[in-house]
Design a protein around this ligand. Structure first.
Ligand code: BEZ
Length: 402
């Protein structure tokens, strides 16, 4: 895994917070604030991401990307200083409501940013909808977020699970595979990505002959590898990410399957994990909305800035965090930092054209990026761009009523 320096700013101890709140209440009693004055303090950003567990590196990369953009903007968004409130969600959906409430109800953040895991993000969306909190998703692909759960206060700067896997269907078919086995963790992201792959692959003329799953975040892959060897499919399609992805690819290689049964996946398999995979990762073909070796000016500047700040190369998660801050900056600049002007703020975010390191993108009506999907090949420490396999791909936003 990459050794990111997380740069997490703690919100301070409970005693510091209590004292600050008491002082603020005393001042408020003495000096009633007008709206302009009330909007002149810091904007509170709640970062809810995984900082432990198999997705820890992903959460740190999102955080680094977000903070990089804020630092490049002089530490401000919409002319106002930023105060971070941070919660480690541990990629645990069972704790999602409680963790989100820490930020929304206890810390009263102006904006909620998170998270990586689709199941946790759906819990966050429920709380954000109930409290009308502005919510920006910098990774989690749950189709529901820009589908049935879509809302004026929910935006995403990453991808939908459908979008990240659908593009791989025709690629695998063109590589002459006709019978494919899928394997993934059993939760929303794995289910939706393998379904989207099957939708496109079967439309092209192929057949998914077996769907295999294991609980998140288990990494006991051996029984599945034994079954794949017995089934002898033409190819295997998987969704894994973070620490589990590195372990899977190493195990797949060690089982001797790489030479006989090609492995395909959305690029989460190899982003931020190639070093940990060593030789086992080399040559893997993946599809994703970011790649190494893009030639646009924004990417070059972003990569230089990221390397200087963190002494590491960025990955897709860092890009998505950076773009979450860019999208917020667009909205906040339009209202000069006055978050009470929600309708205007949302309108500006909806109309934004984000100059992203992945290439410029706009948002769909459901608030999901409309973006190019690249085919990439793992070479050394990089996922080198091979081609654009899907131009300006939009999520179908099934079930979104906005
Ligand atoms: C998800 O749970 O949505 C997810 C996690 C890691 C990478 C990509 C998607």
């Amino acid at each position: 895994m990459n050794s990111y320096s997380p740069k997490i700013t703690s919100p301070g101890s409970i005693w510091t917070r209590t004292a600050t709140v008491a002082t603020a209440l005393a001042c408020a009693a003495l000096l009633p604030l007008g709206n302009a004055q009330a909007q002149s303090g810091k904007i509170k950003i709640g970062l809810m991401l995984p900082y432990t567990g198999t997705y820890a590196a992903l959460g740190n990369a999102v955080t680094n990307g977000f903070k990089l953009y804020v630092e490049e903007s002089g530490g401000k968004l919409g002319g106002r200083d930023i105060e971070y409130f941070v919660v480690d969600d541990e990629s645990d959906p069972a704790k999602a409501t409680e963790n989100t409430n820490k930020l929304v109800k206890r810390d009263q953040v102006d904006v909620l940013v998170g998270t990586v895991h689709s199941g946790v993000a759906m819990g966050m969306a429920k709380v954000a909808r109930e409290n009308n909190t502005l919510f920006v998703v910098p990774n989690a692909g749950a189709d529901e977020l820009t589908g049935p759960l879509c809302a004026p206060n929910i935006f995403r700067t990453s991808f939908s699970n459908w979008q990240s896997a659908y593009a791989m269907g025709p690629v695998v078919y063109e590589k002459r595979a006709r019978k494919v086995v899928t394997l993934t963790w059993k939760y929303a992201a794995g289910k939706q990505m393998t379904d989207a792959f099957a939708e496109a692959f079967e439309k092209a003329g192929g057949k998914v002959v077996k769907e295999m799953t294991l609980p998140f975040p288990n990494v006991e892959f051996q029984p599945f590898l034994t079954e794949i060897a017995a089934l002898k499919p033409d190819a295997v399609f998987v969704f894994f990410a973070g620490g589990g992805a590195a372990k899977f690819v190493k195990d797949y290689g060690a089982a001797g399957l790489r030479a006989s049964i090609p492995l395909y996946a959305p690029g989460f398999l190899t982003d931020g994990t190639l070093e940990a995979m060593g030789d086992a990762g080399q040559g893997l073909l993946t599809t994703l909305h970011y790649a190494d070796g893009l030639t646009n000016a924004k990417d070059q500047a972003f990569r230089a800035g990221y390397a200087k700040a963190y002494k590491a190369a960025p990955d897709v998660y860092a890009v998505q965090g950076y773009d979450a801050a860019q999208l917020l900056a667009t909205g906040l600049s339009a209202v000069k930092g006055d978050v009470s002007k929600r309708a205007e703020l949302v309108k500006a975010m909806e109309a934004a054209r984000i100059d992203s390191p992945r290439g410029a993108f706009t948002l769909s009506k459901a608030h999901n990026p409309v973006q190019d999907i690249y085919l990439r090949k793992a070479e050394g420490k990089e996922n080198k761009v091979v081609s654009v396999v899907s131009k300006a791909l939009a999520d179908p936003a099934r079930g979104c009523k906005m």
